[in-house]
Design a protein around this ligand. Structure first.
Ligand SMILES: C=C(O[C@@H]1C=C(C(=O)O)C=C[C@H]1O)C(=O)O
Length: 114
């Protein structure tokens, strides 16, 4: 690759790196608050998943995606991917009262403690 291409790509990639960093911080904040929701649900014996809330979020994000010129199907898949992980956390909190894995689970790579 010649220097011109290298320089141009470096410039674009700087911006990509900043955006990726922002995404990590945003996701960390989201998981911080969904963890609180998980403990609240456990305390009040509420189910980990709430499909009607999820349906509303998906509709809202699909509309936002369209207005931002982003593929609504992609935004839906992205949100569902995150929500699946949140529900997994809530199930773990409900069953064990914590999000931490035991050292043995970490060793075997198991996430359900089996
Ligand atoms: C965070 C919640 O729990 C689950 C996860 C959701 C999410 O990550 O947005 C939405 C609904 C629930 O299935 C919630 O009930 O608000």
């Amino acid at each position: 690759m010649d220097d011109t291409h290298r320089q141009k790509l470096r410039e674009y990639r700087e911006s990509i790196d900043n955006i990726d960093a922002a995404l990590v911080f945003l996701l960390a904040e989201r998981f911080k608050i969904t963890k609180k929701v998980g403990f609240y649900k456990k305390e009040h014996d509420l189910p980990p998943a709430d499909p009607s809330r999820e349906g509303e979020q998906i509709e809202r994000l699909r509309t936002l995606a369209r207005s931002a010129n982003l593929d609504p199907a992609f935004s839906e898949k992205f949100l569902q991917f995150i929500i699946r992980e949140v529900i997994r956390h809530h199930e773990r909190i409900r069953e064990s009262g914590s999000l931490e894995q035991s050292p043995a689970d970490e060793y075997t790579g198991k996430e359900d403690g089996s």
